[in-house]
Ligand binder design. Structure first.
Ligand SMILES: [Zn+2]
Length: 181
């Protein structure tokens, strides 16, 4: 199971008006913030059918077309809620979580608890803005266990993300990529 759900383009076409109605559309320089559900990790979340998608990824897809699974949609503006297509760009992350999923590191999904082995993976998924529910499914770990063990303060996830040493979004991404060389 991939971390990032593939966006169904045909289904998306049918709900695009609804999607944009949930975005606070401003002039082209300003951030267009998502008005609805926040993932709890600071990203907007748009539900299509039974699947959840980061709203900025949906916005990007609507304007520029399909995004390959291994690419992240990043914010020039550092505003995770922003869906202004002009503020979004595609980016790769060398050792990102998707890559690890593709390589089968998470295939077992029988962890049950947080260990030294999976802690880094879980941390990285959190940094990438993956909903905790998805992480819980990937690792077969109770959501509450993740919150408790990763010391995530439920009400201030933003602060938690800021405290991590890797970029939570794609902020300073180039810098970070350079440091991976
Ligand atoms: Zn913005």
């Amino acid at each position: 199971m991939l971390k990032i759900n593939k966006i169904d383009l045909i289904a998306l076409e049918k709900v695009k008006d609804k999607f944009w109605s949930l975005v606070d559309i401003q002039d082209k320089e300003s951030c267009w913030e998502w008005k609805r559900t926040n993932s709890g990790r600071g990203y907007g979340i748009f539900k299509m059918g039974s699947k959840y998608h980061p709203s900025h990824r949906v916005a990007y897809t609507l304007i520029y077309g399909d995004v390959p699974d291994d690419l992240l949609i990043c914010h020039h503006c550092d505003n995770k809620l922003c869906c202004n297509p002009l503020h979004l760009f595609k980016g790769t992350v060398k050792d990102n979580a998707i890559d690890m999923v593709n390589k089968g590191r998470w295939n077992g999904g029988r962890d049950k608890k947080i260990t030294e082995k999976n802690r880094e993976d879980i941390k990285r998924l959190i940094e990438l803005g993956t909903p905790i529910a998805e992480i819980a499914k990937l690792h077969n770990i109770n959501r509450a266990t993740i919150y408790r063990n990763m010391a995530i303060p439920k009400r201030s996830l933003k602060k938690y993300l800021e405290s991590l040493d890797k970029p939570a979004t794609c902020r300073n991404m180039q810098q970070w990529l350079d440091s991976q060389k």
